[in-house]
Design a binder for this molecule. Structure first.
Ligand SMILES: C[C@@](CO)(OP(=O)(O)O)[C@H](O)COP(=O)(O)OP(=O)(O)OC[C@H]1O[C@@H](n2ccc(N)nc2=O)[C@H](O)[C@@H]1O
Ligand SMILES: Nc1ncnc2c1ncn2[C@@H]1O[C@H](COP(=O)(O)OP(=O)(O)O)[C@@H](O)[C@H]1O
Length: 284
């Protein structure tokens, strides 16, 4: 038997860091939403009691470092499952991009194996399991639009993000999330974006207010390390995106656009100096 799951990318409409915690993680406030750029997973039962990961993408780990592998192993261990699974990852989300590709694959693995192995777990139970593997995985289990607090694992759904176009551009640089949080001076942040104001804008489906209230304190670190991310932001603004922000720890920059007629100009303009550009719809 086989099951299929879609694993969409996320963007952070706002990301604030409140403080560094004694456990080394940072207390955050983020509003995240899914976009229609997705990996596709095929999960097939195997007779042999083992976990196999395969992918057409040559640039991700296929061993126990893969987050989908870790999710399958966690379920097997926790529920005493002695069956094997082959997980094929058809990757479309850029890797280490601030778009939670690995986290979404892990969340999709939890959802898919819950069906394949008929475990009957609720989304809340899957989120709790996911939080053992990564801060963004609980959000990816349910998706939609949500306020995330704690280290990112405490979620409140928000209804509902207005439909819009999202242009994503990933410069050819690698950014490590741990490195960006590590370089952040949480006690020196002066310009905190407001989760309450962004939530209000989303709930009111006020696209212009959403664009005006975008903010991410991690830009401070990543833009200093990689000035090309700032240049990409400036290019997206001058090409006419309604609101522009770096997603997560970066380096992907996203632009929100309400009018479809504006999309080709922004997309083509960015392709001039960035290979990885995507024009997708928001997923509400
Ligand atoms: C920045 C964000 C924003 O959505 O996303 P990405 O840029 O990675 O997509 C997240 O907070 C990333 O979540 P995720 O990628 O799941 O992080 P984890 O695997 O849990 O942690 C990786 C490392 O980041 C740091 N970390 C992560 C989350 C957090 N609230 N505080 C932290 O300090 C820790 O050093 C940790 O060891
Ligand atoms: N299924 C997966 N897809 C992509 N990357 C993965 C996966 N499993 C583990 N990784 C590793 O996780 C790291 C972060 O990847 P990713 O989730 O794409 O980035 P981000 O956290 O910036 O959104 C990369 O170093 C990558 O090698």
């Amino acid at each position: 038997m086989k099951v299929y799951e879609k694993a969409p990318a996320k963007i952070n409409l706002m990301l604030d860091v409140l403080r560094k915690r004694p456990d080394g993680f940072h207390e955050v406030e983020m509003i995240m939403t899914m976009v229609d750029l997705a990996d596709r997973l095929e999960l097939s039962e195997m007779k042999r009691d083992t976990i196999i990961i395969s992918s057409q993408a040559g640039y991700i780990p296929l061993d126990e470092k893969n987050l989908a592998f870790q999710a399958a192993r966690l379920l097997k261990e926790r529920y005493g499952i002695s069956r094997g699974v082959h997980i094929h990852l058809d990757k479309h989300i850029p890797v280490a991009a601030g778009l939670a590709g690995g986290s979404s694959d892990a969340a999709a693995t939890l959802r898919g194996l819950n069906r394949l192995w008929r475990l009957g777990l609720s989304h809340t139970e899957l989120q709790e399991l996911g939080s053992e593997l990564g801060s963004d995985i609980p959000f990816c289990v349910t998706g939609g639009t949500a306020l995330a607090t704690g280290r990112g694992e405490k979620l409140e759904p928000i209804f509902s993000m207005p439909q819009c176009w999202v242009i994503l551009a990933k410069p050819p640089i690698n950014v490590s999330t741990a490195d960006v949080y590590g370089k952040l001076r949480a006690d020196r942040i002066t310009n905190h974006p407001s989760a309450a104001l962004m939530r209000e804008a989303v709930e009111a489906r006020d696209f212009q207010a959403i664009c005006g209230r975008l903010g991410n304190v991690l830009e401070e670190v990543t833009l200093k390390l990689h000035p090309e991310v700032l240049r990409l932001k400036e290019a997206m603004i001058s090409l006419g995106a309604d609101g522009v922000l770096m997603s997560g720890s970066g380096p992907t920059v996203f632009g929100l656009v309400s009018k479809q007629s504006k999309v080709p100009r922004i997309y083509n303009g960015l392709r001039g100096f960035c290979n990885e550009v995507y024009a997708v719809r928001s997923l509400c």
